[in-house]
Design a protein around this ligand. Structure first.
Ligand code: SAM
Length: 285
């Protein structure tokens, strides 16, 4: 194929199905074949033969994926786009199309019959990039590799290094489970309509084990968000406020974990949070 990155072709095909652009759904379709190939190659670099694509749109990535994979699931929310996808992929027995809001789908159900080891690919709709990535990462059956394009600032936050301005709760919670790698920048002109923001392609590789050990997602999230509560405040102040404990007790717990009470949360690595969690558990329970 290769035609689903042709602006003329996709506009005509979409129009036949009554499609009109919906800004609220983040519909910026990729119209650059080279970028589409680079994203798909990056997604399948570990040899996965099963994948899910979230927000398939007019199929720029889907058509390349369909040629290479044994099983491909396409998820798309817009019924007019789904009609076009059904027509374009009718000759592909390896492709299943799911019409729905990805954020509301039951991942276990959707992935039934797929290999446990699979990749996820997406030109993410900008307005819900973070919720989609969270849903994938924290799923019961998470993908081993995720390659996604997103607004540059979101990718920078995910891949941020400890101590930097961008480093925050999401870098830590995702970094606990996945190793992030910034792949390449994508200019707005590669999409139609061109978005107002720069995009970045990012790869996330599932770690064999979470860096913070066996702390539950909810506990780690509570601790990390609690520590970042007010960015400019010290850890002792933030912990005291978020766990309703005295500043003195918060300072003792931090010292027990070998962390200075006057430090700021952005200076903590994931293993610091793991030690802090242990100290909290032994002092507060
Ligand atoms: N993959 C296509 C491409 O590369 O050209 C389309 C990417 S476009 C940035 C995002 C797509 O996600 C749109 O087709 C939009 O309709 C779809 N979408 C938006 N919100 C969605 C949701 N909650 N669940 C599934 N698809 C969604």
């Amino acid at each position: 194929m290769g035609r689903l990155t042709s602006k003329q072709y996709i506009l005509a095909a979409l129009a036949r199905h009554g499609f009109f652009f919906k800004k609220r759904l983040g519909q910026n379709f990729l119209i650059d074949g080279n970028i589409a190939s680079m994203i798909v190659d990056a997604a399948l670099v570990n040899g996965h033969s099963n994948a899910i694509e979230i927000g398939a749109g007019a199929g720029a990535l889907s058509e390349l994926l369909a040629e290479k994979l044994e099983k491909l699931i396409l998820v798309e929310i817009d019924p007019f786009v789904v009609k076009m996808l059904v027509e374009e992929f009718q000759t592909y027995p390896n492709v299943s199309i799911v019409h729905g809001d990805f954020l509301k789908l039951d991942m276990v159900n959707v992935m039934r019959g797929m290999s446990e080891s699979y990749a996820a690919v997406s030109n993410l709709p900008y307005y819900i990039s973070t919720p989609i990535l969270s849903k994938l990462a924290f799923a019961e059956n998470p993908p081993e590799r995720i390659v996604a394009t997103m607004q540059k600032e979101v990718a920078d936050r995910i891949a941020a290094k400890v101590g930097s301005k961008q480093y925050g709760a999401f870098s830590i919670l995702l970094g606990n489970l996945y190793e992030a790698e910034v792949l390449f920048a994508i200019s707005p002109n590669c999409f139609f309509p061109a978005p107002k923001v720069e995009s970045t392609a990012l790869a996330l590789n599932r770690r064999p084990k979470p860096l913070a050990g066996d702390i539950s997602k909810d506990e780690l999230s509570k601790l990390v968000h609690g520590c970042f509560g007010m960015r400019r405040k010290t850890l002792a102040n933030n912990l005291s406020a978020s766990y309703s404990i005295s500043k003195e007790l918060a300072s003792n717990i931090l010292q027990k974990a070998d962390i200075s009470p006057s430090e700021r949360a952005e200076k903590l690595e994931i293993n610091d949070f793991a030690r802090l969690h242990e100290a909290m558990r032994s002092e507060l329970m």
